[in-house]
Design a protein around this ligand. Sequence first.
Ligand code: SF4
Length: 492
Amino acid sequence: MKGLILWQNIIVKESCGVFGVYAPGAPVSHMTFDGLFTLQHRGQESAGMAISDGETITVFKDMGLVSNVFDEHTLASLQGFLAIGHTRYSTTGSSTWRNAQPAYRPLGSAGFALGHNGNLTNTEVIAEEIGMLPGVVTTDSDILAELIAQKFAESNFDENSSNGLKDTLLEVLPKVEGAFSLVVMDAFRLVGIRDPNGLRPLCLGELVETGIDGKQRVVGWVLASESPALKVIGARFVREIEPGEMVVIDEGGSKSYRPFELSSVESKLCIFEFVYFARPDAVLYGKEVHGARRRMGELLAKEHPVEADMVMGVPDSGVPAAEGFAKYSGIPYGQGLVKNRYIGRTFIDPTPEARFNSVRRKLSPLVENITSKKLVVVDDSFVRGTTSKALVKMLKDSGAKEVHMRFSSPPFKWPCFYGIDIPSREELVAAHVPLEEIADLIGADSVGFLSLDQLVLAIDEPGSKFCDGCLTGIYPSKVPNDENVELAKLKS
Ligand code: SF4
């Protein structure tokens, strides 16, 4: 079910950030705050954490940015040795307090809590299995929590048993389809799970202490959507959680399990994590994302060369690709736009006119830098064309002689079923307009898109595979019957 659509100025909207830490004796609530703060770009609508002191799980969540939801007083009151945290962007379920995560279910004296990044593709089947009434508005995390809670209850859940949560998850997870990077906790243990395609990222880190004997020992474990959230709390990156893997962390250390059919496991990380979603300092497939974005720009310059006076990037994620474009082409790099850093991400701009105008709210031209110049303007993605059109107009009104738009990914043509809020197919310009006509449509002097082959080459990880469903219409796993997609495929 589609949730409330809140339009976001420049790009498609990403989903959520998850974090978890198991660290007896450490300031766990402050660590979770720092981790969530680092993952803020993955979701700005609500933030929350669940923390356990071994007897009670306390959940604190609210609407707003991480720094608005938690203050020093709140963090000081959240005591424990184990916590999970979540920053939410609603792609399923509306943007309300009730849907903020972590989701919690009371079972026994402490219960369990869960945070989810991604989107399930078989929620209707699961909802029916757990007896949820048709038409009840809920979220994937709620459905998952309910499924786990029911299985716990059926299996005579013993919260003190080290196998209670683990065994229930091993039973439940094969029923779940779609994209899910999960952090789950009960009063004693932390669990990290990645779906069989690893569509959304999740990594593992460790907290290390040096003893008086000079030897290092592991004193805690951390899970995070992206590696910078490990770095910020002083944890060492260990590895990415593998697609189809479940890691259980408790006083005995960390243990790995494989809950899914082996035949369903195939790495297919969302390619847009590299293009736009992840932080530039995140490590995915063993590579720092910033380097991949620069290479996208280099290959874009090779594929779509143009004569110009200056290359500029659309802040923020267009900038590394613009640097790469400048390096390969030899055209000087310069700054042509200033971004308003304090802009919110939840403006409701329902009409094309409102969307067009709101570009000015977010970006402002550096007139002296662009006047009378032929510009190459590098952006990360092309969705409705409204932003590009407004941008080209703004730059030309500010004196640019020519504006050549270049995009470091192919244009969106299909919907995403895995948690990225891409507009409907009717609104995706490239699904209906031939690429040769897009320059005219947005008022640019020329347009060029990095091809899918070159995008994969830029990521430069031999043998790695990606989900590219929104570019090709070919999805790595079964997606819900979508009339829109079926009809479009028949026509194409
Ligand atoms: S369909 Fe597109 S946005 Fe969605 S997971 Fe796949 S590559 Fe990412």
